[in-house]
Design a protein around this ligand. Structure first.
Ligand SMILES: *Cc1c(COP(=O)(O)O)cnc(C)c1O
Length: 465
């Protein structure tokens, strides 16, 4: 048939809407989305005819194509992922999973009204800071605390509140970029402070800060190099030294700690990161950190420090722009409460539980996980266990190779890249790691129920070539 004749056989949307199978789609899906899918399927068929790849038009085929497009359009974009990468604080996969109790609190305040800014004792307006302030004070020893949208916001607010229109001194070794868009020099500019860089990339001495102090200095900033390390011939000024210098000149000191560590991780064989409490004890005026890195809570920025400084930040106009919502506050409060009981903390906060699973437990979990996959996939894949390393992720503990045992899967009938693709597009999405032509699955970031889900998905994915 020639092109013009074929084009005339294309269905109109109205004709398709009369079909029973299309009525079944509009019965369950929003009508505008069904109409868009039908129009797009007709347009695609028209393009196909014009380019010569479509030689006959069938309404059935157009409707099937529309149903496919509709299925994509109605699928939730933000959905669950099974993280088999062994990267605990996986930034692309939403950083820290919440403790059950924290997730329950989110659901409760989300569904109804809450005490967000209501004081039940007086029946009057309250402050949203109270829900986490006492907990943060107790856990860090600080005089005051607040929480904002994320650590980038905490740093912005901290610098703007203390040094807008003034000079802020920072070491060249700490002008870091975190996750692509957060760069200390950019934040400094946005906060309205004039950045004064001192020292060199590898070495900064106390005298460098001293020489840069002027009557216009408003802040000494220290940024913890959370996601990289300068090794070799290096020197940086410790927080207590900076605090001492600041005190001599009446200049406040702000440390951006990044990871949000509240307990001593060295006890679990992890690198000992400075805690928020240690920076408070060293005398920093303010310390900031993320809520969803090693702290294991929701996305948030924690600010702790001296009472008058935090009060100033609470009243700053930017504070309103970066304030936390009720759901995040609920999750943060419950996560912080879990820190009051270390046994619950290490079993219930997923980030800390995953980081501290004993190596022997991972080995035995990998062994039974591998056996289950072997049974499910039969001859379709080669399955082994192997020693490997997990990562803390989220820019935290960058040098820590945390020993683990992974399950390695090599599919027989397809490439490992194809297997990875099928698992990624499965429901739920499963993300592993490809290394040396093998798909690695690390039990560290999985719960046993997810191991069963992966086993089922592997069975389906490896069945047909
Ligand atoms: C991660 C990090 C940030 C940014 O924190 P977000 O919570 O992602 O906004 C800032 N500073 C340091 C040192 C960090 O490690």
């Amino acid at each position: 048939m020639d092109t013009q004749k074929l084009l005339r056989t294309l269905p109109k949307v109205d004709r398709l809407l009369e079909r029973e199978d299309v009525a079944a789609l509009t019965a369950v899906h929003p009508r505008p989305l069904v109409l868009d899918a039908l129009r797009d399927a007709i347009d695609e068929t028209r393009d196909g005819i014009r380019h010569g790849h479509v030689e006959s038009v069938s309404d059935d085929v157009v409707v099937a194509r529309a149903a496919g497009l509709l299925a994509v359009a109605v699928k939730r974009s933000l959905h669950r992922v099974i993280n088999a990468t062994g990267i605990v604080v996986h930034t692309n996969l939403g950083r820290s999973p919440l403790a059950e109790a924290a997730a329950d609190a989110v659901a409760e305040v989300a569904r109804g009204y809450s005490t967000l800014e209501y004081d039940v004792d007086s029946g009057e307006r309250g402050s949203r800071h109270v829900h986490v302030e006492e907990l943060l004070k107790r856990l860090t020893g600080a005089e005051a605390a607040m929480a904002v949208n994320n650590n980038a916001a905490a740093v912005l607010l901290g610098i703007a509140g203390l040094a807008r229109g003034k000079e802020a001194i920072v070491s060249r070794g700490q002008l870091v970029e975190i996750g692509g868009s957060f760069r200390i020099p950019d934040i400094m500019r946005e906060s309205g402070a004039k950045m004064v860089e001192v020292g060199t990339t590898n070495k900064t001495h106390l005298r460098d800060y001293e020489n840069a102090l002027t009557a216009d200095t408003g802040l000494l900033l220290k940024v913890h190099s959370s996601n990289y390390r300068v090794v070799g011939f290096t020197e940086e000024v410790s927080l207590p030294e900076l605090v001492h210098l600041g005190a001599q000149h009446g200049v406040p000191v702000f440390e951006d700690q990044g990871s949000g560590v509240l307990i001593d991780l060295a006890r679990f064989g992890l690198p000992g990161e400075p805690t928020l409490g240690s920076a408070v004890a060293a005398g920093a005026d303010i310390v900031s950190a993320s809520g969803d890195k090693l702290l294991g809570g929701p996305q948030a920025g924690i600010l702790v420090g001296k009472w008058h400084t935090i009060e100033k930040l609470k009243k700053h106009p930017l504070a309103r722009a970066v304030r936390l919502d009720k759901m995040t506050l609920a999750a943060l409060e419950v996560t912080l409460r879990l820190y009051l009981d270390e046994k619950r903390l290490l079993t219930e906060v997923p980030t800390l539980r995953m980081l501290t699973i004993p190596a022997a437990e991972l080995r035995s979990r990998a062994t039974s996980f591998a056996a289950a996959i072997s049974v499910a996939c039969g001859d379709a894949c080669e399955v082994q266990t192997a020693p490997d390393v997990s990562r803390a992720g989220g820019g935290a503990l960058p040098m820590a190779d945390i020993p683990t045992t992974v399950v390695s899967v090599v599919p027989v009938h397809m490439s490992v890249v194809e297997l990875e693709r099928r698992l990624r597009l499965a429901e739920p999405t499963i993300v592993g790691r490809i290394k040396d032509g093998r798909l690695l699955l690390d039990p560290r970031t999985l719960i046993p129920a997810e191991e069963a889900e992966i086993t089922d998905a592997l069975k389906r994915a490896t069945r047909e070539a």
